[in-house]
Design a protein around this ligand. Structure first.
Ligand code: IMP
Length: 448
């Protein structure tokens, strides 16, 4: 099928986040005009390595690293103003001028200090073993306020609500009382501190706040293409993930229309991102988790430490049961496999093709985290490869075992693998089919 680079494309994670979406968004941004964050907040950590320089962004769309691209933070995102200001400063220090290339929806919601304090106290109260293991960025409490409405503050309020300071003072006092009643402690929360932070960031954010919904419509009418940058991953989706060990937003392509403020038909092509193995950070069931030297090897070679929290990530074999579920749910057009190079040097590689739960063999992913916690993986092993893959640029050059591994993933997921990543740098990719143009560092011409 002939595909133009001008298609509106969604990149999203099929796992528990950290799949390597940042690198793929960065590559595809070269062929799109506007890069849109539609969900989550500063819990995400999207990294890309350009030569020796590593960029990690939590809230700014990674597309702002490209001088031609506009970055949009859509209505479905929860915005920590201090993080946005910090990222703008950091980019400026590194010589990247964002200027008019950033637009923040006035409809998005603000993460304020009381959300972060509440997040931390909630987690502490849950205790070991049942903690969600949040990133501590105030995501859940902010989305809860959004749903409650009366206690929410939107980005637009920063510039349009004359009595905002008084309202925020009241909200913080109420939250202090609530936290004291629930946890016997308000975590040092003070209205004065919250107001100072609000004041400090208002002027920094003001130039970027606008009606991004109208902006996107006009951009598309003018022939521009959109790239939606999904945060977190489908198994962390609030409806479809391993609830309650999930984040509080809609993470897949189904979240785009609501979170970006566009018609559903404006997702024309989607790429689901997986890692060649599985990782998870925080609490919750992880059927294929390994606790041995292989896990440590993967963690070291894959640099599996949280971009947002620095926590070591839990590592395990690829889980085809969980991933087939997310593929069937989200219906990506193609798959991108990241970190294929991380698996080099393993004698054999496990793939989980079914679960054993309470004596039964199950191939459908259960919706109950209690059942998942009791599941044992049914593993098939395929031969590994010894070669390092970092210098390869074509699928045809993969060692036979690595090629067979990719083919096995395609067969299990029922989708083509259009891109494989073989190292952290932009250029370290193998690409084919509709994503072939992305293989030349994202700068090549039309796709086939
Ligand atoms: P929250 O989004 O901070 O509330 O965290 C909820 C759960 O999602 C925790 O287990 C986090 O570790 C996990 N999580 C949230 N965002 C990401 C991400 O971008 N990568 C990996 N895990 C994430």
């Amino acid at each position: 099928m002939s595909r133009s680079r001008k298609q509106h494309t969604c990149v999203f994670g099929l796992g528990w986040g950290d799949e390597g979406k940042g690198k793929l968004v960065d590559l595809l941004a070269a062929g799109h005009d506007v890069v849109v964050r539609y969900n989550g907040g500063a819990n995400a950590g999207h990294t890309v390595q350009v030569g020796a320089v590593k960029f990690a962004l939590h809230l700014l769309p990674i597309g702002v690293l490209h001088a031609h691209a506009v970055g949009v933070i859509g209505p479905g995102v929860v915005v920590d103003p201090g993080v946005v200001a910090g990222e703008l400063d950091e980019l400026q220090r590194r010589g990247i001028e964002v200027g008019q290339r950033l637009k923040i929806s006035a409809r998005a919601h603000l993460v304020l200090p009381h959300h972060k304090v509440e997040d931390a106290l909630n987690e502490r109260a849950l205790g070991e073993g049942v903690q969600i293991g949040t990133t501590g960025r105030g995501i859940g409490p902010c989305y809860a306020d959004k749903m409650r409405r009366s206690t929410a503050v939107r980005v637009g309020d920063l510039v349009s609500e004359p009595g905002l300071a008084e309202r925020v003072r009241t909200l913080v006092e109420q939250r202090r009382a609530m936290l004291r009643a629930m946890y016997g402690d308000a975590g040092g929360l003070e209205a004065a501190g919250v107001l100072t932070e609000l004041d400090a960031t208002r002027d920094r954010l003001a130039p970027y706040i606008c009606d991004t919904t109208a902006y996107l419509r006009e951009a598309v009418e003018a022939g521009r293409s959109l790239l939606y940058e999904g945060a977190n991953g489908l198994l962390l989706d609030v409806n479809h993930g391993t609830y309650p060990y999930v984040t509080s937003s809609h993470t897949g392509p189904h979240g785009v229309a609501a979170g970006a403020g566009v018609p559903p038909a404006w997702v024309e092509y989607s790429v689901g991102v997986i890692k060649a193995y599985a990782t998870r950070v925080g609490g919750g069931p992880f059927v294929t988790e390994l606790h041995d030297a292989t896990a440590e090897r993967i963690r070291q070679r894959g640099r599996e430490y949280g971009t947002t929290t620095g926590r070591p990530r839990r590592c395990g074999w690829f889980d085809a049961v969980a991933t087939r579920y997310s593929v069937q749910l989200a219906g990506p057009d193609a798959i991108a496999v990241m970190h294929l190079d991380t698996l080099s040097g393993l004698e054999r590689i496990g793939i989980c093709t079914a679960y054993r739960i309470d004596g039964r063999t199950v191939t459908a992913f259960p919706g109950d985290s209690g059942l998942l916690a009791r599941a044992e993986p049914v593993l098939e092993y395929v031969p590994g490869w010894t070669e390092e893959l970092g210098d390869l640029r074509r699928f045809e050059d993969l060692p036979a075992s690595a090629a067979r591994y990719v083919e096995r993933l395609e067969a299990l997921l029922g989708k083509p693998v259009a891109l494989a990543s073989v190292g952290p740098e932009r250029a370290q990719v193998l690409a084919r089919g509709a994503l072939r143009w992305a293989g030349a560092g994202g700068t090549a011409g039309k796709a086939d």
